[in-house]
Design a protein around this ligand. Structure first.
Ligand code: NAI
Ligand code: 13P
Length: 347
């Protein structure tokens, strides 16, 4: 065993990350708010609700005590749903040591203040150096990582040493970890791709074909790049793992909850029914709300996100939303992004 690494919380992604760390011979402690779930992991080495019958490495241990989870941890990886990030961070505050490497792997914004997850952590953990926070993102469905399918991800931080420490902890022969200094781009790309994945599910559910999916991916990437660049991300990040990579996997994989939610909506299910049946977090729903407000704040055109908002929250039919997207005024393909990149990054 090299390091004690704590992973909060024991959902699908947290458990898969804990397994990677255990395979790398670290001393892994998973925190969950449920005593029953902790017992299932410790005794049966399973997390059935989120990962079915897959057996976890035996030295993944779980606890419902935050104090026990964080005691002597040299790194902590927070994988709470975005809506729970602030609450989890508050519980961490009394126990998180200043010199612990702090990573988050959550893809979303806080809807209330439109904050990125690293900002929420920095606000709730004032004794911690905000520049050292690391984000982990990229195309990585838990169901494939847990069965050791080759996967590539990216860790980003303003502090290169912190990113490299996270890379050291996680990298192995099936989980390849790249570093990137662009924290904003990686966080924003990871969050926004879920909106497009909902749209891809809707498109497939309506019976549209591969042309429509390719259009959504490509024009979705334009929306992500426009907003991400306006928020301070490096435009190149959006053609990397946290941009194109994650967009492709989430829009095309049977494992994607966002894609599945869109598919079910297209079949006439209400949003409430879809979320209830899913029983797992579908970040794209809240992210669509956040993105529409952010696009107004930064004066960025995001027609796909706007139409999705109307479908999710205003009762617009998915078919009408597609007609309205296709019937928009004529426009250029790259002029808008190119102008924005030129002004912001190259003077
Ligand atoms: N599942 C995946 O393959 C991947 C997920 N992610 C991201 O990871 C984040 C977490 O997603 P999943 O693990 O998939 O979600 P999940 O739905 O599988 O699990 C969420 C977990 O959070 C717990 N939770 C909810 N509210 C809580 C609170 N207030 N306090 C403590 N625990 C709470 C639930 O009990 C559950 O264990 C999301 O932002 C998601 O986008 C990122 C990459 C891959
Ligand atoms: O982010 C993910 C894969 O990289 C998981 O996406 P879903 O939440 O849509 O399953």
């Amino acid at each position: 065993m090299t390091d004690k690494v704590s992973v909060l919380v024991a959902g699908s992604w947290g458990t898969a990350i804990a397994s990677v760390l255990a395979e790398n011979q670290h001393d892994v402690m998973l925190w969950t708010r449920s005593e029953r779930q902790a017992a299932e992991i410790n005794v049966e080495h399973r997390n059935r609700r989120f990962l079915g019958d897959v057996e976890l490495p035996p030295h993944v241990r779980a606890t419902a005590s935050m104090e026990e989870a964080l005691r002597d941890a040299s790194a902590v990886i927070v994988v709470a749903p975005s809506a729970a990030m602030r609450e989890v961070a508050r519980q961490m505050r009394p126990f998180l040591q200043k010199d612990t490497v702090l990573v988050h792997a959550t893809k979303g914004f806080e809807t209330a203040g439109l904050r990125r997850m690293s900002t929420v952590l920095a606000e709730e953990l004032p004794h911690y150096d905000a520049d050292s926070i690391v984000v982990l993102s990229g195309p990585s469905h838990a169901e494939e990582v847990i069965t050791q399918c080759p996967t590539t991800v990216v860790v980003a931080s303003a502090d290169p040493q912190a990113a490299e420490k996270a890379q050291d902890l996680l990298i192995n022969t099936y989980f390849r970890v790249y570093t990137n200094p662009d924290m904003i781009g990686v966080e924003v790309g990871g969050a926004l791709k879920n909106i497009i994945a909902l749209g891809a599910g809707l498109s497939d559910g309506l019976g549209f074909g591969d042309n429509a999916k390719a259009a959504l991916l490509t024009r979705g990437l334009a929306e992500i790049s426009r907003l991400g660049t306006a928020m301070g991300g490096n435009p190149l990040t959006f053609s990397g793992l946290a941009g194109v990579g994650d967009l492709v996997v989430t829009c095309t994989s049977k494992h994607s909850r966002n894609w599945r939610a869109g598919y079910m909506l297209a079949q006439g299910n209400s949003l409430e029914t879809v979320l209830e049946q899913m029983g797992m977090v579908v970040e794209g729903v809240r992210t669509t709300q956040a993105a529409c407000i952010l696009s107004q704040k930064y004066d960025i055109s995001m027609p796909i996100a706007d139409e999705l908002y109307a479908v999710l929250f205003e009762g617009k039919s998915p078919r009408t939303a597609v007609e309205d997207l296709m019937g928009r005024g004529r426009t250029h393909e790259i002029e808008e992004v190119a102008k924005q990149v030129q002004t912001k990054w190259f003077g």
